[in-house]
Design a protein around this ligand. Structure first.
Ligand code: CO
Length: 158
């Protein structure tokens, strides 16, 4: 059974550390498959659109995201192409509870990653999905959306 993992909130050094590439040997391994399932459960339980490994305390280049076709797990994700145009949209983050801000992101991206079976996959994303992938990959580089956001606001919890 997948486990619910505690989410690390800002400030924390693990959120500010550049995460390490997963080695070829580890790519199709059981350990990361389990981590992906645990992270997917955690993301869904917390109503997140995405979750990056540093947010659960692992400086590993792994993210999970929710897509129209269900959750997917991206290992060593890399943006290989960016659109010329950008757009502004509101973002939040499970590691920054009740904080929101407007972030400018590329409208369309190509992304290369490995799935949990170690297979290399190329995907195209635009709009919200492209935004989520850029947000999560930033986590792997120790970047939080508040570093880039304008009009940051804190919504008081009820
Ligand atoms: Co986030």
């Amino acid at each position: 059974m997948p486990k619910l993992l505690p989410i690390i909130t800002n400030p924390s050094p693990v959120l500010r550390t550049k995460s390490e590439e997963i080695s070829e040997k580890e790519l199709g391994g059981k350990k990361l498959q389990e981590l992906c399932l645990d992270m997917t459960k955690t993301m869904n339980e917390k109503d997140g659109l995405g979750l990056a490994a540093p947010q659960i305390g692992e400086n590993t280049r792994l993210i999970v995201i929710n897509t129209q076709d269900g959750p997917i797990c991206l290992l060593n994700p890399k943006i290989t192409k960016k659109s010329w145009s950008k757009e502004v949209g509101e973002e939040g983050c499970l590691s920054l509870p009740s904080i929101f801000g407007e972030v400018k992101r590329y409208k369309k991206i190509d992304c290369l990653y490995f799935n949990t079976k170690g297979k290399k996959i190329k995907m195209q994303a635009n709009g919200l999905l492209a935004r989520v992938i850029q947000h999560e990959i930033d986590h792997l580089d120790g970047i939080l959306f508040i570093d880039k956001a304008k009009n940051v606001k804190k919504i008081d919890e009820l």
